[in-house]
Design a binder for this molecule. Structure first.
Ligand SMILES: Nc1ncnc2c1ncn2[C@@H]1O[C@H](COP(=O)(O)OP(=O)(O)OP(=O)(O)O)[C@@H](O)[C@H]1O
Length: 231
């Protein structure tokens, strides 16, 4: 279960000129956000550019803390987590970042293998699972390529494979189909909905309203930092 109770987020704005750092008024990215998502739920997250979608996801993958309110994730009040608790909870969350964040010096295979190795899975299992998943997303011929040797769509598929390889309890995806053609996007949705059916809670932020229409599920819509629709 994920619960946001009256969550607000302000980004602190500072500027530096002539060695003097000045504070500007804080920018409100999210205001009074309140919602529940049951375990195993699926939600679309939509809204215009700058509405706060990435900020909401960042709060959920514990990259930033809210300015106000309370966030419960997978049964835990996130304000009470220490460093180790945060690390353990994060291992249960798969994230597809808008800018992929693949490790540049690692091959596609090793990028996807990383979460399994961090979870200390046996290397034979790693090989079987990573090879199968990369084949499934159409990258069987790219296992040894590093990110800069892959197209944008191929990097996106590696990022998706890395996020789902350990079957996380929660999957957060920020524009996961932005670089994919329609066929690849549908294949990706098949992967995500299969994982959801196995019990993973899923939240997908997207501008692609065609994709949303083809895969009906409750929509959380943000507008200028406010949740204007939920359900
Ligand atoms: N690190 C930051 N510091 C200051 N302001 C920020 C920061 N990150 C985002 N913002 C501001 O917060 C607001 C919400 O941004 P966010 O990236 O969450 O929107 P978004 O809905 O994901 O947009 P997009 O669809 O373009 O990715 C915007 O006004 C943005 O300029």
């Amino acid at each position: 279960m994920i619960r946001f109770s009256h969550v607000g987020l302000n980004y602190r704005r500072t500027a530096q000129a002539g060695g003097i750092v000045s504070r500007h008024a804080d920018a409100t990215a999210l205001d009074d956000i309140d919602f529940d998502i049951p375990e195993g739920g699926f939600r679309w997250l939509t809204g215009p550019s700058g509405a706060g979608k990435t900020s909401l996801l960042k709060l959920m993958y514990l990259a930033i803390h809210p300015t106000n309110g309370r966030i419960d994730l997978l049964g835990t009040d996130t304000a009470k987590l220490d460093r180790r608790g945060t690390a353990l909870l994060r291992r249960r969350i798969g994230v597809v970042y808008q800018d992929f964040r693949l490790l540049r010096h690692l091959t596609a295979y090793d990028n996807v293998a990383l979460p399994m190795r961090l979870a200390r899975r046996k290397e034979a299992h790693v090989r079987a699972d990573v090879t199968e998943l990369l084949r499934w997303v159409g990258l069987a011929g790219r296992l040894d390529h590093r990110p800069d040797e892959l197209s944008g769509g191929e990097q996106q598929r590696v990022a998706i494979a890395r996020a789902v390889i350990t079957r996380p309890s929660l999957l957060l995806a920020d524009e996961p189909t932005g670089n994919l053609d329609d066929d690849q996007a549908e294949r990706l949705m098949h992967l995500i909905t299969s994982l959801n059916r196995l019990g993973t809670t899923v939240i997908v932020a997207t501008h692609n309203l065609g994709l949303v229409a083809r895969h009906p599920a409750p929509v959380m819509e943000l507008e200028a930092g406010r949740m204007v629709r939920h359900g």
